[in-house]
Design a protein around this ligand. Structure first.
Ligand SMILES: Nc1ncnc2c1ncn2[C@@H]1O[C@H](COP(=O)(O)OP(=O)(O)O)[C@@H](O)[C@H]1O
Ligand SMILES: [Mg+2]
Length: 245
């Protein structure tokens, strides 16, 4: 039975979708079979990052409405074998309810080692649906006050939905910018403010982000790929030392 993890954030644009796609590919490199569920109805993006957006016919709403069987709305990533995506509906009005998400995920989880659910930012209806079927959560934040601001609200809601395994990824980390900003004395203060245990740090990597936006997986000798590999190993229970690039 696979593990279901929701990828969340307080504020938008912290890198949830980039992390969902990058971490998915890293888990596959470890030998896992991975499904990414995009729950950002009306704003889907994972399909673009996996290079399958031109092929989409069905999405999660079509499964629920009986337009297709689940397998027809699950697309394989062309460049990463064993990485699959279930796209979000194109319209917010087709958003899936928490109870249906729970029922659907319960069936799908039998076929994958990991399901990663890309949530919209904040604590609205999309977040409630994305987090409903999860047994663990990743909070994605950047090391700056505006990004860390909503973390406590998200954490509170996750705990309320019985998700106690909440871990933090600090994304787009750039040590020079962090020092120059001079808001936090060190990374421990950032982790304290987010209020969750650290799962990993992903460096600012503009080359990787640009590739990802063009539908290429983050892999090979990219700084972000190394970070994803370490995070994936920790998710699989390995003890991997913390590296700040
Ligand atoms: N580690 C990173 N280094 C550089 N740019 C990044 C990184 N992670 C994300 N980005 C960029 O930040 C922007 C927001 O990322 P995205 O994954 O769409 O965030 P979200 O899903 O949280 O809204 C995108 O332009 C993306 O390419
Ligand atoms: Mg997103």
């Amino acid at each position: 039975m696979g593990k279901v993890t929701v990828i969340t954030s307080g504020k938008g644009g912290t890198g949830k979708s980039t992390i969902t796609a990058g971490l998915g590919a890293a888990l596959v490199r470890r030998g896992d079979r991975v499904l990414l569920i995009d729950c950002d109805a009306g704003m889907r993006g994972i399909d673009l990052m996996l290079g399958v957006s031109g092929e989409l016919v069905f999405d999660v709403a079509d499964i629920i409405n009986g337009n297709c069987p689940p397998t027809s709305a699950i697309y394989p990533c062309k460049t990463v074998p064993d990485l699959y995506i279930l796209p979000a509906p194109q319209n917010v009005r087709d958003e899936i309810s928490p109870s249906i998400m729970r029922r659907l995920t319960k069936i799908l989880v039998r076929y994958y080692d990991h399901i990663l659910i890309d949530s919209p930012a904040g604590i609205g209806a999309g977040f409630r649906s994305a987090s409903a079927p999860a047994n663990s959560a990743i909070l994605v934040a950047n090391a700056e006050p505006l990004s860390l601001r909503g973390c406590d609200k998200v954490r509170h809601k996750l705990r309320h939905s019985q998700i106690s395994d909440i871990r933090l990824i600090i994304n787009r980390f750039n040590e020079r910018r962090f020092r120059r900003m001079d808001v936090y004395s060190d990374l421990d203060s950032v982790i304290d403010e987010a209020g969750a245990r650290l799962l990993g740090i992903v460096p600012e990597d503009n080359a990787a982000a640009a590739l990802s936006q063009k539908g290429n997986p983050i892999e090979g000798r990219m700084k972000a790929a190394y970070a994803f590999d370490r995070i994936a190993a920790r998710m699989d229970g390995r003890d991997v030392e913390l590296v700040i690039e």
